[in-house]
Write a protein that binds this ligand. Structure first.
Ligand SMILES: *Cc1c(COP(=O)(O)O)cnc(C)c1O
Length: 390
C-alpha cells in the first residue's frame, strides 16, 4: 500500500483487555456496509439502526438508553436543544386544523413558537390556567390534539395536577406531554403518571456545567418514537456525539448535584423568607408556592431553582442590589455548578393574570457552592434592598 493510501487506512488495534469505565465518543457521518445487499437493505435497520451519522452513533444511543431507563420509557430522542425537543413533539403530533393547549406559565419561547410558527401554518393554540386541574376539560374540543404541561411552570413555579389533566386528556383521546426540566427524572417521572411525551432540556441539570445545549423526548410507545425520529430526520436534525458524551459525563453526578442543590436551595429560600425585602417565596416546600400539596404528593423532592417576589417598596433598589452580589452571577440558563440570579418581569406575557402585581421577581438557581458563602452573598443583596429611602 502506497503512503497516499496508507494515510487514510488506519491500522487496526486490538481491543482485547481494554476495559474502561468511560463511554467512548463515536463520531461519524458515513456508515459503511459489508456488502451491496446490506447497503440496499439499510432502511430495514429501522429507526434505531445505524445508517447515517445524523441518526446517531453508539455514543448518542448510550445517552438515549440511559434517559429511557431513568424516565421509565422505552425510547428517547436526543435533539440539539430543549426548545427543539418541544417543537419536535408539536410538529410530529399537530396537523393543520389541530389545536395544542399550553399553560400560561410555559417556557416563554414555546408561546412564541405557537404564535409565530404554528398559527401561520393553520395550527391553533389555547392558553390554560396551570392551576385549573381537571377543569381544563371545558377547553377541550374536537380540534384539541395535545395538552402540553410544565410543572413547575417557568418562574412563577405553579405545580399543576398532572394525573388529573392526564385523566381528562385520555377520556377525550387527547395526547399529553410534559416539560420535566426542573425535576429531572430523579425527582419526577411523567411517563409513570400516564404522560405520553416526557421532555427535558439536558442543557440544564443533566449537562450540569453550563457548556452544552441538548434536549430529549422519552416515550413508551414505539410508533410515537418512530414518528418523532422521522420528524428529526426529515428536518435534518441530529446531535454531536461530543455533546452527548458531555451529557453522559454530567448525568453520572446528577444525583449528588441535585441532592446538594435541593438542600442548599431550601436553606436559601428559608433565609430569604425571613428577610423584610421578600414578600413571597415560590419554592414548593413552602405553602406560599401554588401547588405545594401537589408537589408533596407527586414529586420526590425539589431541585435548586426557585423564585422570590420582592416587597414593592424594595423594587427600586434592585439593580443596585444585584450589583452587590459577589458569588451569584446574573444569567438565565440555570442548572450549572455556579449559582445564578435572573431578574424576571413576567406580567406582560401572561393571559390569565395573577402576575401583574408581582413586579420584577428574582429567579434563583443554586449551584454547588458552600451554603454559608451563598447565604452571605444573599445577605448582601437583601441589605441593599432594605436600605431606607431611595
Ligand atoms: C431552558 C429551558 C428550556 C429550553 O432549553 P434549551 O436547551 O435552552 O432550548 C425548556 N424548558 C425549560 C423549563 C427550560 O428551563
Amino acid at each position: 500500500m502506497k503512503d497516499l493510501t496508507r494515510v487514510v487506512h488506519h491500522p487496526e488495534v486490538s481491543l482485547a483487555g481494554y476495559a474502561s469505565l468511560t463511554v467512548p465518543t463515536y463520531r461519524a457521518s458515513t456508515i459503511v456496509f459489508a456488502s451491496a445487499a446490506d447497503y440496499a437493505n439499510r432502511k430495514g435497520r429501522g429507526p434505531d439502526g445505524y445508517t447515517y451519522g445524523l441518526q446517531g452513533t453508539p455514543t448518542t444511543k448510550t445517552l438515549e438508553a440511559q434517559l429511557s431507563a431513568l424516565e421509565g420509557g422505552a425510547h428517547t430522542l436526543i435533539v440539539p436543544s430543549g426548545q427543539a425537543a418541544i417543537t419536535n413533539i408539536f410538529m410530529t403530533v399537530l396537523r393543520p386544523g389541530d389545536t395544542v393547549m399550553i399553560p400560561d406559565n410555559v417556557y416563554p419561547p414555546v408561546k412564541a413558537f405557537c404564535r409565530d410558527f404554528l398559527v401561520p401554518r393553520g395550527i391553533g393554540f389555547t392558553v390554560y390556567d396551570p392551576m385549573a386541574g381537571a377543569a381544563i376539560e371545558t377547553l377541550i374540543d374536537a380540534r384539541t390534539k395535545l395538552i402540553w404541561m410544565e410543572s413547575p411552570g417557568s418562574t412563577t413555579m405553579e405545580f399543576c395536577d398532572i394525573p388529573a389533566i392526564v385523566a381528562v386528556a385520555r377520556a377525550h383521546g387527547v395526547l399529553t406531554g410534559c416539560d420535566n426540566t426542573w425535576a429531572t427524572p430523579m425527582l419526577f417521572k411523567p411517563l409513570e403518571h400516564g404522560v405520553d411525551f416526557s421532555m427535558e432540556a439536558l442543557t440544564k441539570y443533566v449537562g450540569g456545567h453550563s457548556d452544552i445545549l441538548l434536549g430529549s423526548v422519552s416515550v413508551t410507545d414505539a410508533g410515537r418514537y418512530a414518528a418523532l425520529k422521522d420528524t428529526a430526520r426529515l428536518m435534518g436534525i441530529g446531535v454531536s456525539p461530543d455533546e452527548c458524551a458531555l451529557a453522559l459525563r454530567g448525568i453520572e453526578t446528577l444525583g449528588v448535584r441535585l441532592a446538594h442543590m435541593g438542600r442548599a436551595a431550601q436553606e436559601m429560600a428559608t433565609f430569604l423568607a425571613g428577610r423584610a425585602c421578600v414578600a413571597q417565596v415560590l419554592h414548593p416546600a413552602f405553602e406560599s408556592c401554588p401547588g405545594h400539596a401537589i408537589w408533596q404528593r407527586d414529586f420526590n423532592g425539589a431541585s435548586g431553582v426557585f423564585t422570590v417576589v420582592l416587597a414593592s417598596e424594595c423594587q427600586a433598589r434592585l439593580d443596585e442590589a444585584l450589583g452587590a452580589l459577589m458569588l451569584f452571577a446574573i444569567g438565565a440558563s440555570w442548572g450549572g455548578t455556579r449559582s445564578l440570579v435572573a431578574p424576571m418581569a413576567i406580567g406582560h406575557d401572561r393571559v390569565h393574570g395573577g402576575a401583574e402585581g408581582l413586579g420584577t421577581v428574582l429567579r434563583i438557581s443554586i449551584g454547588l457552592e458552600d451554603e454559608a458563602d451563598l447565604r452571605a452573598d444573599l445577605a448582601r443583596l437583601c441589605d441593599v434592598l432594605e436600605q431606607a429611602g431611595g
